[in-house]
Write a protein that binds this ligand. Structure first.
Ligand SMILES: C[S@@+](CC[C@H](N)C(=O)[O-])C[C@H]1O[C@@H](n2cnc3c(N)ncnc32)[C@H](O)[C@@H]1O
Length: 224
């Protein structure tokens, strides 16, 4: 059946001559463009792409990540980075180990001290084990816990100006999240090969201010 169809199509092409050949060429180039697009989906305003790069404990030295930061952060004016490490382009940098950052505090305390910022870069250790083994023994690896990130994200939602951006790095694409008023604009998957987790970069825009209720531990004042 398939062979018969191919034969009939070839026959038609021979009869139609050059115009048909041009048509087929266009069709084939459309097909190959569609194949290339498999790694870049643009739908409902969200761009998703996937690249390969060597891993590094200093995330921002990874070339496609440095390029993405260059596109969104520019000269870093008005940006804050609570886990700055050694390579942050943000103006307001913080790292518990110093590492040349402007502030040397716990990231959550640093965020609580901020008011309005243009954007936040959020690149904490991705697990407790990673925190202890590769970055710092301080606070028993708390910075690699999802509960700790959630409290940081509440502060980020409070300080990022309406229309401002966040760029989160993790092994998941949760980002700051819809519930906190953020909408994903771009996801970059950086594959590091079979023995490593991907680094997932999630770029979000603050589209809606949401009041975040303080947790019992955050309430300042005398306890009864
Ligand atoms: C994934 S690294 C950031 C790397 C950085 N983006 C770069 O490319 O240079 C995480 C950083 O968080 C810092 N850190 C760990 N726990 C912290 C905490 N509780 N408060 C602030 N910084 C912390 C570590 O010292 C480490 O430099």
């Amino acid at each position: 059946m398939k062979l018969a169809m191919i034969r009939a199509t070839l026959h038609l092409l021979l009869e139609l001559g050059e115009d048909a050949a041009f048509g087929v060429k266009m069709y084939l180039s459309l097909l190959s463009a569609k194949a290339k697009c498999l790694t870049q989906t643009e739908g409902s305003g969200m761009k998703i792409s996937r690249v390969w790069a060597m891993p590094s404990k200093w995330t921002f030295t990874v070339k496609p990540i440095a390029e993405l930061l260059g596109r969104y952060v520019g000269d870093g004016q008005g940006w804050a980075d609570p886990f700055a490490g050694e390579n942050s382009p943000a103006e307001l940098t913080n790292d518990i180990e110093g590492r040349g950052a402007r502030y040397q505090m716990d990231a959550l305390e640093f965020l609580k001290d901020r008011t309005f910022v243009t954007g936040v870069i959020f690149d904490p250790p991705y697990s407790v084990e990673q925190c202890l083994r590769r970055y710092t023994p301080k606070f028993k690896g708390t910075a690699g816990r999802a509960e700790y990130w959630a409290r940081c994200k509440d502060e980020i939602a409070r300080i990022v100006q309406p229309g401002g951006l966040t760029i989160s790095f993790c092994w998941d694409s949760t980002g700051i999240g819809k519930k906190r008023g953020f909408e994903i604009e771009e996801i970059l998957l950086v594959c590091h090969g079979a023995c490593h987790n991907d680094t997932i970069v999630t770029v979000e825009r603050h589209v809606k201010s949401v009041l975040v209720a303080p947790k019992p531990n955050d309430i300042i004042g005398e306890k009864e």
